[in-house]
Design a protein around this ligand. Structure first.
Ligand SMILES: Nc1ncnc2c1ncn2[C@@H]1O[C@H](COP(=O)(O)OP(=O)(O)OP(=O)(O)O)[C@@H](O)[C@H]1O
Length: 255
């Protein structure tokens, strides 16, 4: 898998005139990598992920997955949003099966695949529950299972833990890291949470605003296993300061 974003430019027309949300954005994700894009509010993170997902089209520039130009949504990219997007009237199992049904997968295979991925995310015993019976973290695990069930080449995560409380968020980060290690799936995730990005990613792109552009690319090299202790490591704190300084720089420039 090779995702390539090249010279991406996105402009919106607003009542105040043209707004350049993204300018000259270049990034890539390789097979099995976990890459985060971190940026302040308004830096164009969601816009970037929507373009990669094919939910919107760039004004200029290209996005390719394995050399194929992205022109719309596709099964090669599985998306998980910040807001819960499960169908409230469907059971957890049916929610996970739904994408496969749309793809014309036969019913027995739908059931088997959905059951497999519900097991992967640890929710087998909630297969027959309705979304309203689940906690926020569990809903996001279902959304991840649903995205994985279509066997995407890459998982696109748009602030997936943004709506969760601090403890649940930490548990979900650990869960996602474990899932990534077990499945070897490629991940592109956006977040405004700097510590979350450092904790999860192998590489980070720092996006600064007005217009949104990549200011720095960091290859992370953290010692030991990544559990919450790693946050206390001097290297973790050094990365945090470096990224925070980049983001602060923008804020002072704007004020
Ligand atoms: N459909 C749209 N029409 C006009 N302007 C838009 C549209 N979508 C986004 N924008 C503008 O583009 C800029 C980037 O927005 P975007 O939502 O991508 O940022 P973000 O980094 O995801 O922010 P946040 O973290 O607050 O969600 C903002 O100035 C926003 O107002």
């Amino acid at each position: 898998m090779h995702l390539e974003v090249s010279q991406l430019y996105k402009q919106f027309s607003t009542q105040q005139g043209a707004l350049v949300a993204l300018k000259d954005v270049n990034l890539h994700v390789e097979t099995g990598e976990f890459v985060c894009v971190v940026g302040a509010s308004g830096s164009g993170k969601s816009t970037l992920l929507r373009l990669v997902a094919g939910l919107d089209l760039p004004t200029a520039g290209t996005i390719t997955v394995d050399g194929q130009k992205v022109n719309g949504p596709g099964a090669d990219r599985g998306m998980v949003f910040q807001r819960y997007t499960l169908y409230p009237w469907m059971t957890v199992q049916k929610n996970v099966e739904f994408g496969l049904k749309l793809q014309g997968v036969e019913p027995r295979k739908q059931r088997e695949t959905a059951s497999y991925y519900l097991e992967v995310v640890g929710l087998t015993q909630f297969a027959q529950a309705l979304p309203k019976e689940l906690s926020g973290g569990m809903k996001q695990r279902v959304a991840i299972a649903r995205a994985l069930a279509s066997h995407p080449k890459i998982l696109l995560l748009d602030e997936p833990f943004g709506a969760l409380d601090v403890q649940t968020k930490e548990r979900m980060q650990q869960f996602l890291l474990g899932l990534w290690k077990r499945t070897g799936i490629s991940i592109l995730m956006i977040t405004h949470d700097v510590e979350e990005a450092i904790f999860l990613a192998q590489r980070i792109y720092v996006l600064t605003a007005h217009p949104g552009t990549v200011q720095r690319e960091l290859q992370l090299d953290l010692p030991g296993d990544r559990n919450y202790h790693v946050r206390r490591e001097p290297q973790f704190q050094a990365y945090r300061e470096e990224i925070m300084d980049l983001l602060r720089g923008v804020e002072t420039a704007v004020v």
